[in-house]
Every structure is written in structure tokens, then in C-alpha cells.
Design a protein around this ligand. Structure first.
Ligand SMILES: Nc1ncnc2c1ncn2[C@@H]1O[C@H](COP(=O)(O)OP(=O)(O)OP(=O)(O)O)[C@@H](O)[C@H]1O
Ligand SMILES: [Mg+2]
Length: 545
């Protein structure tokens, strides 16, 4: 700007900085100039025609603004992006646009390309720009729709480069399996950038590594809340979170749950440990909870809320089936039938408890199915090896508890079987979301018995909303009150044991005999963990490619 220009700027009428698009020279006259949204004019012309031309300009600028807004609204509607908040950042349509507008590291963009991602998913279109504008965020998008990249990319962009300042970003996940998967994804995305992405494997070791004497050579930490709390509670605290700029809570509604399985209390401690005034928070999940939204409204700074599609809906890519199996024995028969007909692995089978996971595993092993089991009673090493084996295609049927229900991204799970009916619609959505990911088709079969009647209606309505068939009579069942629903989540139905194979019965008899002989009441430890053997494939199973 010339000194003359600065003088003229003071005389310019009105503030057009928000209304006028960027352009250097307008077609009106040589003496009117727009630059960076500022109106320039000579005093004589200002007296003679400025008011009229100003009005015209304002009008056309307003029209332009409206047209632009309509275009953005159409784009959001097309991708089912629903946003709430003030000064909402525009969505982006392509990764190219992201690269140009936000100067994302070319290396990171190359890594995105190498992963085979051609265009951003709807949640990425909107959540990435919001976070890049350092806006606090509550995002809700279907299972398998790319939320991990939606928070990872802005985090790495803001951190710019590795620094020895300690952790500057923290990602929380409810299970170790999910934290480990997110850690892996971040490593892939940051390949070649030098960022140090950490996970807490053993709290005691981490205390030495991240403690006050460390050289602070860390950038991002991915962890479950429990381990982090352990470090924070050491005296002096074995980890410093005061430099954290981004705190992401993945599976936020799970982490906000109260009670034994919830992390609500821990979260409060973690939030206050991230004490930097620069710290921003973003919460992600496939399911929406009112108390989380409430919390965000009260505690986050001018929060942007992004929802993709209908809230609390199952992924549209999953073909859902409800199957009445009569009784507990009916479930086993249905399972055997499923196997007999020939199925395309990999398959995930959900049961409601650790005990039942063990029991079903014994049954399936007896059948000779190439199966394994994962639950919180197994050692970390066993859990890691099962996840690895399932990813590698070595395990065809994996029996699991809620441990794997959230966030886990196994490529190409063909079928999810809900052997035990889930204890809530939210759990159902997450469980079946292990298939039909990233636009691929998937199938979910949910067994139900007479006992499952109370929850049938709420899960049937999720199925129905996705356009899948549901028996008519279910719609006449009574709706549960929210108190009753909560009770069922806390205390799932008691079910008969899954013990039918001669092997299982023999074991049971033997255990009983041992217990009476030795006065023992507990199962010996060895037998407890002896679940890693995998059976061989029966000739009846037909494999897809
Ligand atoms: N832009 C993209 N294009 C294609 N695939 C993508 C894209 N972004 C992510 N993916 C892939 O989609 C899959 C699901 O992503 P992700 O695990 O982040 O889903 P999610 O939304 O977090 O699901 P969940 O609610 O189950 O945690 C992953 O395999 C990921 O590599
Ligand atoms: Mg996820």
C-alpha cells in the first residue's frame, strides 16, 4: 500500500471487508478499486456517485454471498452433512482443494494418496476444515466412514513438524485394541515426516520414558484413559500434558459413560491436565448421545457440531437380518447351519460376556471351525496375536465380546453375527459396523430368542430405518422406557450356558469331579487361558477368493 492509498483508505465509506469478494479492479471505473475487500475512491467521485454505486456493489456482493451459501448448502445436502454452530468453515470437495487451501504437508498428502483414498468422505469434507480452523468439534458419522483420518490429518498439519516440547496432541480411545489401531494409522499417515507417535504399552515403563527427566522427544500420544491416569497420578506426575494443542476423544459417547465400564471421571482429570490455553478438543463417534452434546455446549468454545446422515443409524452398506432361533440351543443350531451352508470368511461373532465367548469357542472348535476368541481375560500378548491373525486372514471366525465392538477396522469382514442379542441399539450399531466399511458391502445376522423380546423393538427400528426387512409383529411390541433400557445395559439378560458338545460336557464333568476331589472351587488357570488353538477347516466350508 502506498502512503496515498493509506490516506484514501481512511476516507473510504463503510466497511466492505466482509461483503466484497477479492478482486483488484472492478469494471465500474478506474477510480474504484477493490483490494483485499477494501473500497478505494477519490473524494470527488465519492461525493458524486459513490452512494449509488455503493448500493449496487453491496447488492451484488450480497447476491454473490447468497449464491455461494446456496451452493455450499446444496453440497452439504448432497453429502448429508448437517452442521450447527456459528461462522462455520466451508466443506471441501477434494483432497486437492484441501492441499491448496490449507497448505497440508505434501508428504502427508502423498501418504493419503498412497493409502488409495481418492476423495474425502463426508465427515472428512467438513470435520477436517473445521479442525484446521482450530474450531472445537463434536462429530458424529457412521461406522467405517473415515473418522480416524478426519482427526489425524488436521492434528499433524497443526503440529507442523516434530519438536522436542513433549506431547502436543492426545488421542483417547476406549480400548487398547482401538488405541493400537489408531496408533498404526497415524504412523502410516505421518510416514516420512519424522513425527513421533507413541502408545503407552506398559504404564511403569512409560513412567520412566515420558517422565520429567525425559528429553521430551514426543509429538502425539494415543492411549486409553486408564493408563494415562496412572501416569498422571504419580508423584511427581510421570507425564506432562501442558503442551497439548489437540485433545481428541474417539468413541466419545463410550468414554462419557458413567459407572464401571465408563470413563467419565477419568476424562475430567485428563481434560484438566491438558492445561494449555491453546488446547482444543474434538469428540468423535458413530453414535450420538445427548449428554455428550450437552457437555460440549457447556464446555467447548463455540463448538461446531457435524453430523453425517441420520443420527444413531446403522451404516447403509450393511444388509441386516433378524433371525428368530427360538432358544439358546437354537442359536447353536443356527450357527452350525450357517457353517454348513458355506460361508465367506472372515466372520465376527459377538457374545455378551467373557464366559460365553469361552463357551462358544469350545463349541466351535469341537465343530472343527477355524476359530479363535478374544476377550479381556486373555493376556495382552494373546489379544495382539489374535487381532494380528484375524487381520492376516489366518482366523476365519473370531468370537468376541464388546471389546471389539467399537472402532475396529478389519479389512473385509464379510459377516457379523450377533450370537447374543446386543444390550442396546447403540451397541448394535457399533457391532454391525465392523462390516460394510469404507463403502464396501457387508452382512449382519442377529439371532434372537423369546428372552430378547424387551430390546427387540429398538433394534428392529434401527434395521427398519436402514430399509431392511423386519417381521411385522415386532412393531407391536411395547417400547421400553429409558430407565429400563439403562438397566439392561448395566445388567444384560442371564442366559443358559453354551454347553452342548460332548467335549464341553466332558470338561464340565471333569471340573466338577476335580473340585469335589480337591475341594477346589475355581477353574485352574491353565485351562482358563488355553483357548488359542485353532481347529482345522471342515470340508463343508466354502471359501470366497
Ligand atoms: N477418504 C477415504 N476414502 C476411502 N477409504 C477411506 C477414506 N478414509 C478412510 N478410509 C478407510 O475407511 C475405513 C474406515 O475408516 P475408520 O476406521 O476411520 O472409520 P470410522 O469412521 O472411525 O469407523 P468407526 O465408527 O467404526 O470407528 C478404513 O479402512 C480407512 O482406511
Ligand atoms: Mg473410528
Amino acid at each position: 500500500q502506498s502512503p496515498e492509498g493509506r490516506k484514501r483508505k481512511k476516507k473510504a465509506p463503510g466497511d466492505f471487508s466482509k461483503e466484497v469478494p477479492l478482486q483488484k479492479r472492478t469494471p465500474y471505473s478506474d477510480s474504484w478499486e477493490y483490494y483485499n475487500g477494501i473500497l478505494w475512491t477519490s473524494s470527488l467521485e465519492a461525493k458524486l456517485d459513490a452512494p449509488k454505486k455503493n448500493e449496487e456493489k453491496q447488492l451484488s456482493a450480497e447476491k454473490l454471498r447468497q449464491a455461494r451459501q446456496e451452493k455450499i448448502n446444496r453440497f452439504r445436502n448432497k453429502h448429508k452433512i448437517y452442521v450447527q454452530g456459528t461462522d462455520l468453515p466451508d466443506p471441501v470437495a477434494t483432497f486437492e482443494q484441501l492441499r491448496e487451501e490449507y497448505k497440508i504437508s505434501p508428504r502427508i498428502m502423498r501418504n493419503v494418496e498412497a493409502a488409495g483414498f481418492q476423495a474425502p468422505t463426508p465427515v472428512q469434507m467438513q470435520a477436517i476444515p473445521a479442525m484446521l480452523h482450530r474450531r472445537e468439534l463434536l462429530a458424529c458419522a457412521p461406522t467405517g466412514s473415515g473418522k480416524t483420518l478426519a482427526f489425524s490429518l488436521p492434528i499433524l498439519t497443526h503440529l507442523k513438524q516434530p519438536m522436542n516440547k513433549g506431547f502436543r496432541a492426545l488421542i483417547l480411545a476406549p480400548t487398547r485394541e482401538l488405541a493400537s489401531q489408531t496408533h498404526r494409522e497415524l504412523l502410516k499417515l505421518s510416514e516420512g515426516t519424522g513425527f513421533r507417535i507413541h502408545m503407552i504399552h506398559k504404564a511403569a515403563e512409560a513412567a520412566k520414558k515420558f517422565g520429567p527427566k525425559s528429553s521430551q522427544k514426543f509429538d502425539v500420544l494415543v492411549t486409553t484413559p486408564n493408563r494415562l491416569i496412572y501416569l498422571l497420578k504419580q508423584d511427581p506426575p510421570a507425564i506432562d500434558l501442558s503442551r497439548v494443542e489437540w485433545l481428541v476423544v474417539d468413541e466419545s459417547d463410550k468414554l462419557f459413560e458413567e459407572g464401571k465400564t465408563g470413563f467419565r471421571d477419568q476424562l475430567a482429570t485428563l481434560f484438566s491436565a491438558c492445561s494449555s490455553p491453546l488446547a482444543k478438543r474434538a469428540l468423535f463417534s458413530a453414535t450420538f448421545a445427548h449428554d455428550v452434546e450437552q457437555w460440549c455446549r457447556l464446555n467447548l468454545d463455540s463448538v461446531v457440531s457435524v453430523s453425517i446422515g441420520a443420527r444413531n443409524a446403522a451404516a447403509e452398506t450393511v444388509d441386516q437380518e433378524l433371525l428368530f432361533v427360538g432358544s439358546e440351543t437354537g442359536k447353536l443350531l443356527a450357527m452350525r447351519d450357517f457353517v454348513k451352508k458355506g460361508f465367506a470368511p472372515p466372520v465376527l461373532v459377538f457374545v455378551q460376556s467373557i464366559e460365553r465367548a469361552k463357551e462358544l469357542f469350545r463349541e466351535l472348535i469341537y465343530e472343527g471351525i477355524n476359530a479363535d476368541v478374544i476377550h479381556a481375560d486373555r493376556t495382552q500378548q494373546q489379544r495382539d496375536s489374535v487381532v494380528h491373525g484375524f487381520r492376516a486372514g489366518k482366523i476365519w471366525v473370531l468370537i468376541c465380546t464388546a471389546l471389539l465392538a467399537r472402532g475396529m477396522d478389519f479389512k473385509g469382514v464379510n459377516v457379523v453375527i450377533n450370537y447374543d442379542f446386543p444390550s442396546s441399539a447403540v451397541e448394535y450399531i457399533h457391532r454391525i459396523g465392523r462390516t460394510g466399511r469404507a463403502g464396501h458391502a457387508g452382512k449382519a445376522i442377529t439371532f434372537f430368542t423369546e428372552d430378547d423380546k424387551p430390546l427387540l423393538r429398538s433394534i428392529a427400528s434401527v434395521i427398519q430405518r436402514a430399509g431392511c426387512p423386519v417381521p411385522d409383529y415386532i412393531q407391536h411390541f411395547r417400547k421400553l422406557q429409558s430407565k429400563q433400557k439403562k438397566r439392561l445395559i448395566k445388567k444384560p439378560l442371564e442366559r443358559e450356558h453354551i454347553l452342548t458338545s460332548p467335549e464341553a460336557l466332558r470338561r464340565k464333568a471333569k471340573r466338577k469331579q476335580l473340585a469335589t476331589q480337591k475341594g477346589l472351587k475355581k477353574t485352574p488357570k491353565k485351562a482358563k487361558n488355553n483357548t488359542s488353538q485353532a481347529g482345522t477347516l471342515p470340508p463343508k466350508i466354502s471359501l470366497s477368493e
